[in-house]
Design a protein around this ligand. Sequence first.
Ligand SMILES: Cc1ncc(COP(=O)(O)O)c(C=O)c1O
Length: 463
Amino acid sequence: MSLFPEPFKIKVVEPIRLIGKKEREEELEKAGYNLFAIDADKIFIDFLTDSGTSAMSDRQWGALMTGDESYAGCRSFRNLEKSIKDIFGFNFFIPTHQGRAAEDVLFSNLVKPGNYVPNNTHFDTTRANVEANGGNAVDLVIDEARVIDSDYPFKGNMDTKKLENFIKSVGPENIPVGMTTITNNSMGGQPVSMKNIRQTSGIYKKYNIPFFIDACRYAENSYFIKIREEGYSNRSVKEIAREIFSCADGCTMSAKKDGLVNMGGFLAMNREDFFEKFKQKLILTEGFPTYGGLSGRDLEAVAVGLQEGLDEDYLRYRIAHTKYLADRLEEEGVPIIKPAGGHGVYVDARGFMDHIPPDQLPGQSLAVALYLEGGIRTSEIGSVMFAKKDENGNLIPSDLDLVRLAIPRRVYTLSHLDYVAKVFRKVRENKEKYQGLKFTYMPSALRHFTARFGRVKPVAAKA
Ligand SMILES: Cc1ncc(COP(=O)(O)O)c(C=O)c1O
C-alpha cells in the first residue's frame, strides 16, 4: 500500500509544546506513573486514544451551527436518523452520549446474572458493562490473533468453531446476546472479514441469539475488507458497510471513532420490542429518545461525520498513515503486532523491553519511557489491564504486554510520526536504564484509568 497524502488542508491549528525532561519526570512522579493522570498540556504527542480526538471538518463545524436544540423531535435527530439508516440500515436507533452508554442500555436490559456474552474480543468497557450486570464476557478470537508477527489479513476474526462449541456447552438460553467487534481493538485494531461476520451471524441465528456488532471502527474495517478480501475490491466502502450490518440484529456505536466526532454514540436495532425496552432505560439515564445524551448540534456533527468516515480517499490516507508509523517503527527494530491495525500500532512491549520480567509491567514501563524521552502519551494494553492474581496475591501476567499508539484521525502529520519513531530509537538506546514497575494502588475495575505505580528497584537483570 503506497503512501497517500492527506486529502485535506489544515485550516485551524492548535499549538502543542514539548516541556523539559525534568518537568516530565516530575509530572510522572505526581501521576503515580499513570499517563491518564497527566494533564494534556504536558503532553507533546498524544496517542492515548483515537476516541473523541478526531479533527472535525469544516462541514461538521458548519453543521454544528444548524443544530436544533428542541427537547423532543428535533430536526437534528431526523438528520442523524437519515445518515444512520443510509449506512447501517437498522429500523430503530437511540442516540447515547458515547459507546459505553449504548452498552449499558443493551446489557442492563438483556443480561441476567450468570449469563454469557461471546465476542471476538470484548473492549474493556464492553466487558465491564457485561460484568456489571452479573454476566460473563467471553472472548473467542482466532488463535492467530495472538501470533504477534503473523501477517494473517483478518486477525480480528471470531473463532467460529469455538463459538459454536461454546454455545452448545453453556446452552443458547444462557446467551441473551452475541457480539463481534469491528475492528478488534483489544487485539491490535485488526479487522474482521466479511466471511467471518457472515459465519458468526449464521451461528447466532441458528441458536436464535440476537447478534449485535460493536461498530466503533466500521469504516476502517469495511476498507480493510475492500483491500484484503477477495471479491470486494470493486465494491464501495459504503456498500461493504451495509452488507456487514445486514448480517446483524443491531449495533452499539461509539461515534468518537469512525464517526469523526468528539462526543456521541448510538444503539441501533431491528427489533421493535428491544427498542421499546431500551427507550425506557435511555430516558432514565441519557435523556429523551430523540436526543439521548447529546445536544442537537452534536447529533448534526455525527450525521455528517458518519458519512465522511466512509470517504474512500480519507480511508486510503488513514490506513496508509497508520502503516507508515508501523514501518518506521520496524525500521527502528521495534517489534509490533503485524500487520498494522486500522487506528493504531501496537508494540510488543514484552519483546522490546526484554530486560523487564512480565510481572514487572514491561508495557507500562515502556509507556513511561516514551513520555520521559519524548513527551509521547500511549496506553498499555497488557497486565495493567488484564493480569489476575494468584491465591498469594502475586500477579499472573496477561498473555501479551502491548503498548498501543492510537492515532487520532486527521490530527497528526507524517513528521509527527517520524518524531515518534526517533523517540523509540532513544528508548531503545537507553533501555537498560528503564526499570520495571509495580502497582501501588490497584482499583477493582477498569484499573488502568486510575491505578498508581512505583518503580521496582533495583533495575531488573536482563532475562
Ligand atoms: C471497540 C470499542 N467498543 C466500545 C468502546 C467504548 O466507547 P466510548 O469510549 O465512546 O464509551 C470503545 C472505546 O474505545 C471501543 O474501542
